[in-house]
Design a protein around this ligand. Sequence first.
Ligand code: 5AD
Ligand code: SF4
Length: 443
Amino acid sequence: MPKTAPPQTYRVKSFGCQMNVYDGERMGELLAEQGIAPALEGDEADLVVLNTCHIREKAAEKVYSDIGRLKRKDGSAPLIAVAGCVAQAEGDEIMARAPSVRMVVGPQAYHRLPDMLAEAVEGKRVTDTDMPAETKFDALPARRKSGPTAFLTVQEGCDKFCTYCVVPYTRGAEVSRGFNDLLNEANRLIEAGAKEITLLGQNVNAWAGEDAKGRVIGLDGLIAQLAKLPDLKRIRYTTSHPNDMSDALIAAHGAVDKLMPFLHLPVQAGSDRVLKAMNRSHTVDSYLAILERVRAARPDIALSGDFIVGFPGETDEDFEETLKLIDAVGYAQAFSFKFSARPGTPAASMNGQLPVEVMDERLQRLQAALNRDQIAFNESSLGKDCNVLIERKGRHPGQWLGKSPWLQSVHFESDAQIGDIVPVTLTEAGPNSLHAVPHMTQA
Ligand code: 5AD
Ligand code: SF4
């Protein structure tokens, strides 16, 4: 490949989960530290990082079509880096199929992006999908910018090996970041303006570490310590596995005011037979028992989950059990997906793969049930007083958009500003957002 001029501007496009959003921000910070500026909205960037997701269907195909579309107006191509989980899983194929890609970098290696870039401008094509023992976090620049809400990756990877899931292969084994490292990053984010931090991990509630005094702590301990930081007002965490829902973490939902009353606890299916085939290692009853205890600790908790329909061998009866579970829980919101056979996972080669029409029909019914419950949850919030953290401007002049403690989008008119926490009364409920009236502020 010919040499290229070093890029002056970059754009990172992140797909998929919140951890990818976090990684994308950190790659941006790393490039900015090299003197490369973020491309302005609408401008063509010299360097484009596609931060990809591999969790479901057609992700790789999408990468190829995105690469094709990156041509610039003058016909030239920008420097292209493919990052994220597709890079990890299919790096060699990408290099073979897409000659315009200069760099392929996995989720555990992106701290090496500046070195890779130096080689790429010399005309080389570089792949780094190592999962090095030293952590990328030590090599990344300190956080300097933050909005009122920020993500903080505290744990990565997964050892659970659910039979449908690529995460254990693309993100590697479960690793917790060290307590001091996290406290430092949290402090930087707060200094930069964060009022709310969402702790991220593929199995965030499996986080374990040692606090400043050398005591072994779990996620509840980390939350308790972060809650002591006076300028941090809200803490959330996602996403969790039922088996790591410790008594102490459940208790924290009742004991730590700053921990928001929201829990995303995926169950995936409502039939024990399917759960077993998924290697989930919990049952419907054990899952419901956890939710009961969480509700006892925090009665107003809003619950969320993930569902997969059409897992191989899922019968009509199995699916009905999933609907029954949904009825029993009353989720405030949830995500649902059609099963997608991911190459290399055990479920991809199981007997009983279902036709797409069956999956479509089940997904529709499932989503109708979830929508019904989401509306019911929003309507049950009417008349409640709560605080809203303003994240951005709303659609209308003078309108603000923020989140309730229960993670609902709330809009209201006020002379407050971004980052303010405003006491309001919730007055109108729609399926996806609520309207509110701020309380009179005292002079
Ligand atoms: N097919 C469909 N959905 C999947 N998920 C993970 N792997 C698959 C797959 N192969 C869903 C699960 C998980 C969420 C992040 O994505 O519901 O909780
Ligand atoms: Fe995937 Fe299961 Fe691990 Fe979640 S717990 S990341 S679904 S293997």
